[in-house]
Design a binder for this molecule. Structure first.
Ligand code: ZN
Length: 389
């Protein structure tokens, strides 16, 4: 709905960079999708197609299989998030953060067939330091502490005797903090219209159909990146509640509680790593908050499990959320991982606080494509961020 100009006292308001127009039908102000938002959606769709085509071309041409050994390095660390059966009946804003248990199973079989040895993340430094020509290694990591890691991923790892690390955000586990992207996804999925009270205005965002849901999700994410994260989350939690979605119920549904985290940690294959207290973008907080996030996140995991985590994953993990200051703050850990892509070589022994990982992306669930990524070749095509060296 685009509304009729002049139908209310409000002629134009702003939400982020979006112009809102009042409508005759309601005191709420409709915020239509802009041409730019439509174009960006098309661009993201095109990007998926282009990446898939590139991965397929590198696979079929055997370019990746023939890539030089130095690109392949000594091994890789995989990043996973959710592992659960795909539910086609609901809206998935974060489908890239979700793979099926069947794909995880197939991936483990595949990497072993390539000669990679699954190892615990804590053993990575020793393997990088080893001078032998032994097998390459693969370390599996899963971020955030989702319940499906216990329900669906653990049985797969146990079936294959594969070690893995779960990076748990302690505030999610204790339910003191909500998972904003899950709250937003569930809210957008549940409604045809999202009403957003800014204090001055009541805005209305379209959510009828998958396209509108995806664009509204993206619009709110953009807004969150421009305002204080704590305030944004409390605002989002309130708005979700106004639409019948409890943010606390969402974190309860999605993330392991203390008893479940203990059950997972009891597996000899499992390592529980630290992932801060609140999952805030560390680059956007004060020095004191940065130190507190890391200390509290570790201390609370230690309270729950009896020992402090020795490995750490930066929330979000890209160059937009970490720099030199954050690396220094993570120095107490034996190693820390980012989400910047790459394979691991001996040179990473000097950068154990910023190890790259390969995301096992839900949009690209084909073992051949993961093989292409493990060759290291595609990362030659991705922009490099020198602050992560
Ligand atoms: Zn995370």
């Amino acid at each position: 709905m685009t509304g009729t100009k002049g139908a209310s006292a409000v002629s134009s308001v702003k939400f982020g960079g979006h112009e809102a127009r009042p409508t005759a039908a309601s005191p709420a102000v409709s915020v239509p999708f802009t041409v730019r938002e439509h174009l960006r959606h098309l661009f993201l769709d095109a990007k998926f197609v282009a990446i898939s085509a590139t991965l397929e071309a590198l696979h079929l041409s055997r370019a990746a299989a023939l890539a030089p050994d130095r690109l392949r390095g000594r091994g890789v660390i995989f990043t996973l998030h959710h592992v659960r059966p795909y539910d086609p009946t609901t809206f998935h804003a974060s489908a890239h953060l979700e793979i099926t248990p069947e794909f995880l199973d197939a991936l483990i079989v595949h990497v072993r067939s390539l000669g990679y040895e699954p190892i615990a993340l804590g053993d990575v430094p020793a393997r990088l330091a080893a001078r032998d020509d032994g097998p390459r290694f693969v370390a599996f990591t899963l971020d955030d502490g989702y319940r499906d890691n216990l329900v669906h991923a653990l049985p797969v790892f146990e079936r294959h005797a594969v070690p893995f690390t779960v990076f748990a955000t302690s505030g999610f586990v204790t339910r003191e903090r909500t998972v904003w992207w899950q709250t937003l996804e569930k809210t957008v999925a549940a409604v045809d219209e999202l009403f957003w009270d800014t204090g001055d205005h009541r805005l209305r965002f379209g959510c009828a159909g998958r396209l509108a849901k995806a664009m509204t999700f993206r619009r709110v994410v953009d807004w969150m990146n421009t305002v204080d994260e704590d305030w944004a989350i409390s605002t989002l939690d309130r708005i979700a509640g106004e639409h019948g979605v409890s943010a606390t119920a969402v974190v309860d549904q999605e993330v392991m509680n203390p008893a479940e985290l203990r059950r997972l940690a009891a597996s000899p294959l499992a390592t529980i790593g630290a992932h801060t207290w609140s999952h805030v973008n560390l680059r956007r907080v004060s020095h004191d908050r940065l130190a507190d996030e890391i200390e509290r996140g570790s201390a609370e995991i230690a309270d729950l499990l009896g020992s402090r985590p020795t490995v750490f994953a930066y929330p979000y993990g890209s160059h937009a959320s970490i720099s030199v200051r954050e690396f220094a703050a993570a120095r107490p850990f034996d190693l820390a991982v980012t989400t910047e892509p790459g394979t691991l070589s001996q040179a990473h022994l000097d950068r154990l606080g910023a190890l790259p990982r390969i995301s096992v992306n839900g949009h690209y669930q084909r073992v051949e494509w993961v093989s292409v990524l493990m060759s290291g070749l595609p990362f030659r095509l991705i922009p490099h961020h020198p602050e992560l060296d």
